[in-house]
Ligand binder design. Sequence first.
Ligand code: URP
Ligand code: ZN
Ligand code: ZN
Length: 466
Amino acid sequence: MALLIRGGEIVTAESRSRCDIVVEGETITRMGVDLDGPAGAEVIEARGKLIFPGFIDPHVHIHLPFMATFAKDTHTTASKAALVGGTTTFIEMVCPSRNEDTLAGYNQWKRKAAGASACDYAFHMAVTHWDAQAEAQLREIVADGTTSFKIFLAYKNFFGVSDEEMFGALKLAAELGVMVTAHCENAELIGHRQQQLLAEGKTGPEWHEPSRPEAVEAEGTARFAHFLGETGASGYVVHLSCIPALRAAVEAKLKGTNIHVESVVPHFLLDKSYAEREGLEGMKNVMSPPLRDKRNQRALWNALEAGLIDTVGTDHCPFDVEQKLLGVDAFTQIPNGIPGIEDRVNLMYTYGVKRGRLDIHRFVDALSTRPARLFGLFPRKGTIAVGADADLVIYDPEYCGTISAAAQLTNNDYNSFEGFAIEGRAEVVTVRGAVQVRDGKFVGDTARGQLLRRTPHAHCEVRDDG
Ligand code: URP
Ligand code: ZN
Ligand code: ZN
């Protein structure tokens, strides 16, 4: 059905203006003042509301076999959670382990998501080993429209790649025009520190951060950046958490390396004291890179505002209490991950835009437009314009609420942001013209989502307007 969205204030990465929007089919067909809708169009009154382009989460885990268990969400639960939180597209990491076949993994992830997502989605393909067969299969996967890779420098013997394997993946990416996303921590140093701490009887979650300190992440970031320079590939550091790693990435940017930076919501708002809580409460907040000393947060906010951090994702990765307790005797066995797909937009709006740390246009850029540009989805996604997909978030900036696991759609029995106030909420959300959320509640079609096939090179189109 056609839509006429009347009187809202449209906020994009570049501009802010009051105007009506007409949606026909899946697309925005007209924008202007005092428009009439097509016959039979549903009229949505948006006066007093902000209208944002659908938000894009560039880093989520949904199907994830990891650390002797599986992340909890299905594509249905995660996509419904995404939508009530204003996210209309997510990019999921396809992560077969290093002894699994690359193409078989890709097809498995595709089957899991097909017909099961309420919002649109794309994939980053993890390169977890490197040989001639993997290379041939990666070419096939890129030809299928998955035009970004993922490599892990951490998680040795499971997802992690050697420097030689990283080099192979980056050379192929440079040839194909594919963006390579990377988890940058030094696996050797982590392994060594973990063994030492356990041998000293230091087994609780408070030892997770000391086992992978800031320098370990800075080394991984600098090494990844150096390899980008050597190979000419474009890279994207995921979940950057601290000042030394930021410095390494910015130094590489200044040298002209094609490197981009993502930070994730927990690193802006939670610090290492959350993982130092007693027992299970600490375990809930174990992720990698770990939650850091609080002094890092101000630097992350400043870098985000300045555009040195390009995007904000979640690294959504839910493990429930029972799963976290796998690590009750050793912090090295705690499944790593913190969920956040449902809360990213509201938390960054509340603690960024409303608190004066983040310009509202940079907010839209970091959470929607720049992920779209970097990963080949723009201008179909990431903006509000005639011809773009009608992925729209009608946002109530006056809403006040509190985050609570009891009310969440994410399939998990706790929320690390429990009790955080939010000052804003997605009220109506559309995916390619279909209303999927009304009054903040999911009301839509759980099979609405489509796999977004992309073309290589498009990710190079990043504009700095600042
Ligand atoms: O702790 C995390 N980040 N879990 C998910 C896997 C990853 O490293 O992204
Ligand atoms: Zn990671
Ligand atoms: Zn991740």
